[in-house]
Design a protein around this ligand. Structure first.
Ligand code: NAD
Length: 424
C-alpha cells in the first residue's frame, strides 16, 4: 500500500482546490464526511482562500468571540477575538469590567514607522562606507518614495536613514535601515520593495555585496502603549494588588516565568490580530524580540501601586498591524471584525490591541495570584473534555458541570459521568 502513497504530486499547485482535496483524501484515506468538512470554508469562499495561499484544499475554522466591557480612550468598543483557547475572551471581559468605572484604558502609539534592512558584506572600509550611505540620504529618500506613490498619497513614505556597522562571525557587515511611515498598511511589502530597489545603489556606494533586503519585525518605531488603573475595591483588596505586582516582579526577573507571562498577553493580542486578518507571526516576533531588548528576556507589561494605593498596569509593545494589504482587506470576517471594532486607522487598531494585551495579562495574573488559573479555566475546559467524551446537546453542559463539581476534569471521568447520565 505504501508504494502508491507518494508526496511527489506534479502539478498539484495548478489543480483546482476540489481536485487537490480528492488527491489528499485518497492519500490519507479521508472519508467523504471529513473531506466535506475541509471543503466547507465558511465565510471565506474557497476561491478566495485559493488566492490567499498556495495548494489550498479547505480552511481551518477558529471560533470568533466578542470581548465586552472595553473602554479605550473614553470610547466603548467591542473586541472580536479569534482563538481556539478557552478563557481568553472571558479574561478580557473580566479585566475590562474591573477598570471600566475608573476610566478604562488610555493608549498611545509612537508612530507607524517600519524598518527595512539591507545587509552589505565584503566592504573594505565599513565605517567610511557607512558615512557614504548617510551622505546620500536625499537619493535614498527619492528612490524609496519613488517605489510607492500610493503610500505617499496617503501621507506615508521614507522618513529616516540609519546605518550600522555590525561585528559578525563572518566579519563586519554594513546594515542600512530604511525607516518608512507605512500609515494604514502593516507595510512589509511596501518596505521590502524599497529595500530591494535601493540595494544596487547601496552596493555601489559601499563597494560591497548586498544580500538580505527585508523588513525587521522588531518594529520598535511602532510601539503601542496602554495603561489602566484598577481600583482596590474592584479587584478585591490590597492583597490581590500586591499579588499581581509580585507576579510581574517574578516575570521581570525570570525568563522562564516571562515566557508564560508574555504568552498570556499574546493570547489576547494574537486573537485580535487574527480576527482582523493581520499577521500574527509578525506581531509575535516583534513582541518577543522587544521583550528581550535589554539583553535579557523580560515582561512586556508592568504593574505598580499608584500614589493612592490602586493597581496601575501598563504595556508597551511593537504593533505592526494594518487595515490595508494582506488578508485584512480580502477576508470577509476580517472586514466584519474591523467594522465591529469601528476602527478607521491602523493607529486606533494598534492601540486597542495593546489595551487587550494588558487586560488579558491583568486577568491571568489576578487568577494566578489568587485562586489559581485552573478554577476559571476548568469550567470552560470541562466543556471541551465533555465534548471529547462524546457528549452532545445539553449533555455537554451537564457533564461539564458535574466534572467541575467533582473537581476532576478528566476524560475518563467525563465518560463515566456521561454513561451515568444516559442510564438516567
Ligand atoms: P500590501 O503591500 O498588500 O499593501 C500596502 C500598500 O497599500 C502600500 O504600499 C500602499 O501602496 C497601499 N495603500 C493604500 N492605501 C493605503 C493607506 N491608507 N496607508 C498605507 N498604504 C496604503 O501590504 P503590506 O502592508 O505592505 O504587507 C503586509 C503583508 O506582508 C502581510 O500579509 C504580511 O503577512 C506580509 N509579509 C510579512 C513579512 C514579515 O512580517 N516578515 C514579510 C513579507 C510579507
Amino acid at each position: 500500500m505504501s508504494h502508491s502513497r507518494s508526496s511527489r504530486i506534479p502539478g498539484f499547485h495548478r489543480k483546482p482546490p476540489r481536485e487537490r482535496l480528492q488527491i489528499v483524501a485518497d492519500f490519507a484515506g479521508l472519508d467523504a464526511a471529513a473531506a466535506a468538512r475541509l471543503a466547507d470554508t465558511g465565510g471565506l469562499g474557497l476561491d478566495l482562500a485559493d488566492h490567499l495561499i498556495e495548494n489550498v484544499v479547505g480552511s481551518m475554522n477558529v471560533p470568533l468571540g466578542i470581548a465586552t466591557n472595553m473602554k479605550v480612550d473614553g470610547e466603548d468598543v467591542l473586541i472580536p477575538m479569534a482563538t481556539e483557547e478557552s478563557s481568553v475572551v472571558a479574561a478580557v471581559c473580566n479585566a475590562a469590567r474591573q477598570c471600566y468605572e475608573a476610566g478604562g484604558f488610555t493608549t498611545s502609539l509612537s508612530g507607524t514607522l517600519m524598518i527595512a534592512q539591507i545587509q552589505t558584506v565584503g566592504v573594505a572600509d565599513p565605517h567610511a562606507a557607512r558615512l557614504r550611505i548617510l551622505e546620500r540620504v536625499h537619493d535614498v529618500k527619492a528612490v524609496c518614495d519613488g517605489c510607492d506613490p500610493v503610500l505617499l498619497k496617503f501621507g506615508g513614505g521614507f522618513r529616516d536613514l540609519e546605518v550600522r556597522v555590525l561585528d559578525t562571525l563572518s566579519g563586519p557587515m554594513v546594515v542600512t535601515h530604511l525607516i518608512v511611515d507605512t500609515r494604514d498598511a502593516m507595510g512589509a511589502n511596501a518596505v521590502n520593495t524599497m529595500a530591494e530597489t535601493l540595494a544596487p545603489h547601496v552596493a555601489q556606494w559601499t563597494g560591497g555585496r548586498v544580500y538580505l533586503r527585508i523588513l525587521s519585525n522588531l518594529a520598535d518605531r511602532r510601539l503601542a502603549r496602554a495603561r489602566a488603573v484598577w481600583p482596590l475595591e474592584e479587584i478585591g483588596g490590597d492583597e490581590v494588588r500586591d499579588g499581581i505586582i509580585g507576579a510581574y516582579h517574578f516575570a521581570a526577573a525570570d525568563p522562564y516565568r516571562a515566557a508564560t507571562h508574555n504568552k498570556g498577553i499574546m493570547n489576547g493580542i494574537s486573537a485580535v490580530v487574527l480576527a482582523t486578518g493581520n499577521d500574527t507571526r509578525a506581531v509575535e516576533a516583534g513582541a518577543h524580540a522587544y521583550a528581550a531588548r535589554n539583553g535579557h528576556y523580560g515582561s512586556l507589561t508592568r504593574f505598580e501601586r499608584t500614589a493612592d494605593g490602586q493597581l496601575s498596569g501598563s504595556i508597551e509593545i511593537p504593533m505592526a498591524v494594518g487595515l490595508i494589504g494582506g488578508a485584512t482587506k480580502l477576508h470577509p470576517t476580517a472586514q466584519a471584525s474591523l467594522k465591529i471594532l469601528g476602527v478607521t486607522s491602523a493607529e486606533r487598531l494598534a492601540r486597542i490591541i495593546a489595551a487587550v494585551g494588558l487586560a488579558q495579562n491583568f486577568s491571568a495574573l489576578k487568577a494566578l495570584a489568587t485562586t489559581g488559573i485552573q478554577k476559571g479555566h476548568m469550567a470552560l475546559h470541562a466543556q471541551n473534555i465533555a465534548l471529547m467524551a462524546g457528549a452532545v446537546g445539553d449533555e455537554v453542559d451537564r457533564v461539564a458541570r458535574t466534572l467541575v463539581e467533582r473537581g476532576t476534569v478528566r476524560q475518563d471521568v467525563a465518560q463515566a459521568v456521561l454513561e451515568e447520565l444516559r442510564r438516567g
